[in-house]
Write a protein that binds this ligand. Structure first.
Ligand code: TTP
Ligand code: MG
Ligand code: MG
Length: 450
């Protein structure tokens, strides 16, 4: 048996819209727009049927704009629970062809069928059988890419949508990729693309032709990796990378501190960072650990399991605060850490959670993530640390010292909140915080732990 892997990428066509058309025959052949409450809703399009796409409607477009582009479009609300059930049906079909199935979103998956070829035939044959099975049993169409690597298979599946089957023969990967825009390459964002343009690189082939030493000199290890990928080589296994076991942040204070506000805000900043990295990794954590090292280097950890896995700042912060509070009382702290563990893929069901405010919360969080990605890890944290937008109970917490300066202040937006003085903080607490210097310094630098 040859060493060449056979990898399939499978993606459902116009998934949410296709499910609606399947279940409501009157919608078939019609421009269907899935999302929110209709063309006057403030939301965005989840997806549109190919009939609606002909009018220029696409995912993430404001519904109002979709309504203008496609006045006869039929607007349908999102039915997450239903799509999730269909997704499971599809994945179950895929698993009949190989145990190596890596779902990467609600409507797509990679399959390594290298070991299944003896039983089902070559990659193309397996692709056809899967398409047939899904059409027959789930009544939906998919597009399939067949290749020797995940990257090439994924690009291939997208090329002849809908109902496509694109096979890239072993040895022809580089040739297949060459004419495509580098924006299709994983790991090449707008910034890298702009930098590559300085070298005249527009297509993946242009990139593949650049000498490795130039790529390494200009981009380091990342340069070598994208060069390899551009040449169609990519060893990333299906089912993949060892998932991280934990995600954490630690911070060592420049000067050991017993200032409660500094401590609590540092925990908040780290919780925010941890939550952001959980979301970036697409996982949720069920356990939160805080680590506290005091001025004598005595180090303790305190751990708690959450009632439900999370990737949001607030539950992480509250838990960390709860765990840390009894341990930091009257102690001068040298180092703090917040770690999330017990990581798991979020159940897709959670994405469609019945809690009314979950989607709204997510939207806020996603907006925050966008800013974080654009301006760097600290942007949001800094805003939170400086401003007064702390969770309300935190604001009111009687343990919060009265008149502490904020820690990261150079934009004038920081207000001492004198009204808090009226809430009866114990006066002696202010005395504990005798380390004026660090409180006036820059915000706590928050460094990834690993
Ligand atoms: P996609 O696979 O990206 O899109 P699609 O299946 O609708 O269309 P096609 O693959 O044929 O191009 O996304 C799968 C589903 O995820 C999609 O049907 C709806 C949902 N989705 C959103 O809710 N918002 C989005 O911005 C995107 C891209 C998808
Ligand atoms: Mg799809
Ligand atoms: Mg998809």
């Amino acid at each position: 048996m040859t060493q060449t892997r056979t990898i399939l990428h499978v993606d459902l066509d116009a998934f949410f819209a296709a499910v609606e058309q399947r279940d409501r025959p009157e919608l078939r052949g019609k421009p269907v727009i899935v999302g929110g409450g209709g063309p006057n809703d403030r939301g965005v399009v989840s997806t549109a049927s190919y009939e609606a796409r002909a009018f220029g409607v696409h995912s993430a477009m404001p519904l109002r704009q979709a309504g203008r582009l496609c006045p006869h479009g039929i607007f349908v609300p999102v039915d997450g629970a239903k799509y999730l059930a269909v997704s499971r049906d599809v994945m179950a079909v895929l698993r009949r062809f190989t145990p190596l199935v890596e779902p990467i979103s609600i409507d797509e998956a990679f399959l390594d069928v290298t070991g299944s070829r003896g039983l089902f035939g070559d990659g193309e044959a397996i692709g056809r059988q899967i398409k047939d099975a899904i059409r027959r049993e789930v009544e939906l169409t998919i597009s399939v890419g067949v290749a020797t690597t995940k990257l090439v298979a994924k690009i291939a599946s997208d090329l002849r949508k809908p109902d496509g089957l694109v096979v890239v023969e072993p040895g022809t990967e580089a040739e297949f990729l060459a004419p495509l825009s580098i924006s299709r390459l994983w790991g090449v964002g707008a910034k890298s693309a702009a930098a590559l343009r300085e070298y005249g690189v527009r297509t993946i082939g242009d990139l593949a032709a650049l000498p490795d030493d130039l790529l390494v000199r200009r981009f380091g290890k990342y340069g070598a990796a994208i060069g390899e990928r551009a040449r169609g080589r990519d060893a990333d296994p299906v089912g993949g990378r060892d998932p991280a076991k934990s995600i954490g942040h630690e911070h060592t204070f420049d000067v050991d501190t017993s200032d409660r506000e500094v401590i609590e805000r540092t925990l908040l900043g780290m919780s925010e960072g941890v939550a952001g990295r959980l979301r970036d990794s697409g996982v949720r954590a069920s356990t939160i650990t805080v680590k506290i090292r005091d001025t004598t280097f005595r180090t303790i950890t305190r751990q708690r399991t959450l009632p439900a896995p999370t990737d949001l700042t607030e539950p992480i912060f509250r838990t960390a605060l709860d765990l840390a509070r009894p341990e930091v009382r009257g102690v001068r702290i040298r180092l703090l850490g917040v770690t999330a563990s017990g990581l798991g893929e979020p159940d897709q069901a959670v994405l469609f959670a019945a809690e009314a405010d979950e989607p709204r919360r997510r939207k806020v969080v996603e907006a925050a993530d966008e800013v974080r990605h654009k301006y760097g890890e600290r942007a949001i944290t800094r805003a939170r640390l400086v401003g007064s937008r702390l969770p309300a109970p935190f604001e009111r917490d009687p343990m919060t010292p009265v008149d502490k300066r904020s820690i990261a202040v150079d934009d004038g937006s920081d207000e001492a909140t004198p009204d808090r003085a009226a809430e009866g903080d114990e006066g002696d607490e202010a005395d504990e915080a005798d380390e004026a210097d660090e409180a006036d310094g820059p915000e706590p630098g928050i460094e990834p732990m690993d």
